[in-house]
Design a binder for this molecule. Sequence first.
Ligand SMILES: Cc1cc2nc3c(=O)[nH]c(=O)nc-3n(C[C@H](O)[C@H](O)[C@H](O)COP(=O)(O)OP(=O)(O)OC[C@H]3O[C@@H](n4cnc5c(N)ncnc54)[C@H](O)[C@@H]3O)c2cc1C
Length: 437
Amino acid sequence: MNIGIIGGGVAGLTAAYELTRKGHKVSIFEASPYLGGQAATFEVGGGRLEKAYHHLFKSDTVIIDLINELGLGSKLYWLDSKVGFYCKERIHNFVTPFDLLKFTPISIVDRLRLGLVSLYLQRLNDWPKLEGITAKDWIIKYAGKQNYDMVWGPLLRGKFGDAAEEVGMVWFWGKIHLRFGSRGKTMQKEKLGYLMGSFGQVIDALEQEIRKRGGEIHISTPVQRIAVADGRVMGLELKASSNPVPFDAVIATVPSPIFLRLVPELPEQYASKLRQIKYQAAVLVVLLLKRSLSHIYWLNVSDRALPFLAAIEHTNYIGRSEYGGKHIVYLSNYLAREHPIYNKSGDELLQIYLPHLRKLNPEFSPDWIEKYYYHREDSAQPIITTNYSAKIPDYRTPIQGLYLANTTQIYPEDRGMNYSIRLGQRVSGIVAPGLER
Ligand SMILES: Cc1cc2nc3c(=O)[nH]c(=O)nc-3n(C[C@H](O)[C@H](O)[C@H](O)COP(=O)(O)OP(=O)(O)OC[C@H]3O[C@@H](n4cnc5c(N)ncnc54)[C@H](O)[C@@H]3O)c2cc1C
């Protein structure tokens, strides 16, 4: 078969990798001048780093297998995660279960309640019974309002911004249930996985394998439209005026709003399903600092007076020798495109954020900043609402030969590279059955 793939992120590359393994002819079209999509990297301090912070959990077995298969296994390290919360004007460690007992912003009764409810969620396997309730309502009911306000609400906001209250409990269950697996048998410190030298090496290795097997990869080549005739996919239009490049089948791995624009012929029943699922954008300011901001890797910001939701000090996780001895901090926000922060330039955002960095470290001075970078991802996080399983669009669209594989189809787990790889594997198995893993 001759298959066209739209998008050179993790899902598109995996689909191409699988299909070329089966001997199919594949062409990837990627709009950006680089591959990797949301997992793309850039150069910083002489090292290579993800534009948005990335790590793995122990439960991410699909990507771990792929990393080994690509010969990169020796570069995958499991390191302590060092999580903290900023609230009540100071940083609180949240690294081991004992830190929970010392977490004074909530009462001792609530601390015990939080521990018990976490254990319950960790052991619960029957997630469908949580489908009808929002995470907010469930948490307040079982863990209490204080735990929602100070601990789990900020975690939800850290991922969904203002849409946090709409998020279904199943999403939250998935987060707790799977993350506990990263703590190991003794339930001590959480270990997170990182590929030394960046996850960009997975992207490079996939690219090499695809090309080696005759696959074509075209960067800086946005697809303008998916050509359809008589309810069947015909090919891809790359420039508004030119004839479509013909394909027997097309896999789109782009976010749903882009997919809807590419194929206006999509029957309403399927299109309305896609429109139902909204996304949050991610806005990131990455600071290259002379000094460390805190001792924490992942700092959740519970205090709503601060204009960012998390401060992720990558070099408290990965040694700074990888980046010319500099300290790297991501200041992260997830928000709707209507939010005033969405349209701010990197410079404007930095000016808004700067006064608040002293709250995290009273010694902080703007002259610690050697350089900063700004990245924005429009469709960073689908909002996973209640009863989501009924809302997931099929891989097979009603247009014959046209398939969709994007992050809205990841459930009940949280979206991540692991599951985009799984998407790529699954959709390739549907497009061209045989030799399944
Ligand atoms: C802030 C942030 C933090 C994250 N942290 C983690 C983490 O810690 N661990 C983890 O595992 N995952 C993390 N992720 C998620 C992970 O990066 C994504 O789930 C994964 O990379 C998505 O891959 P994808 O191929 O499904 O989609 P995408 O990466 O979105 O790929 C879609 C591709 O389609 C291209 N495209 C769009 N329009 C067109 C067009 N018209 N023509 C051609 N190409 C087009 C895009 O440029 C893009 O490259 C994070 C994501 C973000 C945003």
